[in-house]
Design a protein around this ligand. Structure first.
Ligand code: PGA
Length: 238
């Protein structure tokens, strides 16, 4: 089963409307060579409209960085990002409620999971991530679960310049895939598992070459169009 890579840019609170619109110029020019991959940008809320207008007709998705569990409305949404879990104190249960709400409203959620450095040092990374998955998918049937994108983002790699090695990333992605298989059977092969945490143009090719790495969720390196385009280019199958 082949999964199209998804290269997702998480701009957090960066970029003004003017900067966001400027970003689209080189991106549009690069699109013809990026057609084999799916692209998505998650700007700050006040840029969502302007960016969606500037990207109209390009096929690049624009998404929200979070949602509330009451009714809402973008096309894609990040859920359970480590900064929400660990800075804003969101529990696995809150994340699960948001995931259900996103699916109920027809959004494509990117569910973020990942362990803290202390949890990895204690050898608990797989248990932590499986617990996050168990709570998030608890009530979801296979047909619904197929619409979720997962992003494995080890917390110690986010914004730190310290990336997981391709081997460590694949080892966790393989465990996530195995967990999905155990719960959903073959549907597991349709679900994309992105890697996030200090992805850069120079480490993207090594990571994307791994079997179960199906794209990226990029923070810092997604702010500059040249580096975002280079990372997306690394995911174009050769
Ligand atoms: P980073 O952020 O690429 O700057 O490490 C990733 C993320 O927060 O999703």
């Amino acid at each position: 089963m082949s999964r199209r890579s998804l290269i997702a840019a998480n701009w957090k609170m960066n970029h003004t409307v003017a900067k966001a619109t400027e970003f689209v110029v080189p991106l549009r020019a690069a699109l013809p060579r990026l057609t084999p991959v799916d692209l998505a940008i998650f700007p700050s809320f006040f840029c969502v409209h302007a960016l969606a207008e500037a990207l109209k007709g390009t096929g690049v998705a624009v998404g929200a960085q979070d949602l509330h569990w009451e009714t809402s409305g973008a096309t894609m949404v990040l859920i359970g990002h480590s900064e929400r879990r660990h800075v804003m104190g969101e529990s696995n249960e809150i994340v699960a409620r948001k995931l259900s709400a996103a699916l109920r409203d027809g959004l494509v959620p990117i569910l973020c999971v990942g362990e803290l450095l202390s949890e990895r040092d204690a050898g608990n990374e797989t248990t932590v991530v499986e617990k996050q998955l168990e709570t998030a998918f608890h009530t979801l049937a296979a047909a619904v679960a197929a619409g979720v994108v997962i992003a494995y983002e080890p917390v110690w790699a986010i914004g730190t310049g310290r990336t997981a090695s391709p081997h460590d990333a694949e080892s966790m992605h393989g465990s996530v895939r195995a967990w999905l298989h155990g719960r959903y059977g073959d549907v597991a092969d349709e679900i994309r598992i992105l890697y996030g945490g200090s992805v850069k143009p120079d480490n993207a090719a090594g990571l994307i070459a791994e079997r179960n790495v199906d794209g990226f969720l990029i923070g810092g390196a997604s702010l500059d169009p040249a580096s975002y385009i280079a990372i997306a280019g690394a995911a174009v199958p050769r």
